[in-house]
Design a binder for this molecule. Structure first.
Ligand SMILES: CC(C)(COP(=O)(O)OP(=O)(O)OC[C@H]1O[C@@H](n2cnc3c(N)ncnc32)[C@H](O)[C@@H]1OP(=O)(O)O)[C@@H](O)C(=O)NCCC(=O)NCCS
Length: 191
């Protein structure tokens, strides 16, 4: 049985009102991967940590990102990115993805992040649930995620699962569509 989300978690969108909470999470985790500021999947190339922070801040100001923050009481402990393909074009393994592409999804869930001291306590589960709720509220449709296979390989630290573990998405009804890297799959669900 999947563990239940801790009852104190709440989710809120990343917007002007929650920017400081998100920034505190990123800064407490060394900028995330040394300064990516969760800019993966976004259209612009990575720059310095400060370039990435400014680019992300500008997206939030314009409202051109969809991201869910997870709060444990008033502390932001996790984050999940979702959006339409045009908003999140730079998917991992893009060449392999496009090779067998027939139809684009309506929505993508890209990267996930849980603060290093808050892992394995259901934060990512709360983040994905929050993203799917938001997608449903926006009309739903076909949703893709690009998680890492966990079965049949050595146990991996969560640090390497930028796009989340397969089992987490399977819990929410996502099914494998096709493989795009040794351990990465396109998984799909309709919400
Ligand atoms: C991957 C990650 C998001 C998981 O977050 P989390 O909050 O610890 O995950 P949860 O506690 O919600 O776990 C939910 C389910 O995911 C799966 N899971 C989580 N971590 C796992 C791991 N290391 N190995 C295998 N499965 C894992 C399990 O099925 C788990 O359910 P269970 O606890 O009932 O077994 C987290 O480890 C992380 O943030 N890693 C860093 C990723 C990163 O750097 N992102 C930046 C984007 S570039």
């Amino acid at each position: 049985m999947p563990r239940q989300t801790a009852p104190t978690y709440t989710t809120r969108p990343l917007d002007e009102s929650t920017w400081d909470d998100f920034a505190a999470l990123v800064e407490a985790n060394n900028g995330i991967w040394g300064g990516c500021w969760c800019l993966g999947f976004h259209p612009e190339p990575f720059g310095t940590a400060e370039d990435n922070r400014v680019a992300k801040r500008e997206h939030v100001r314009r409202g051109s990102v969809h991201q869910i923050l997870v709060f444990d009481e008033d502390r932001c402990v996790g984050w999940c990115q979702y959006g339409e393909p045009a908003e999140l074009p730079e998917i991992k393994n893009r060449k392999a993805y496009e090779k067998a592409l027939t139809d684009l999804p309506d929505w993508r869930i890209g990267c996930l992040f849980t603060g290093s001291r808050h892992r394995e306590k259901g934060v990512a589960r709360a983040a994905v649930a929050g993203a799917l709720d938001a997608i449903r509220a926006a009309g739903g449709g076909l949703v893709e995620a690009y998680p890492e296979q966990t079965a049949g390989r050595e146990p991996q630290r969560g640090a390497y699962f930028h796009t989340g573990p397969e089992d987490l998405f399977a819990e929410f009804g996502f099914e494998r569509d096709r493989q795009i890297a040794k351990w990465r799959w396109v998984m799909r669900a309709r919400v």
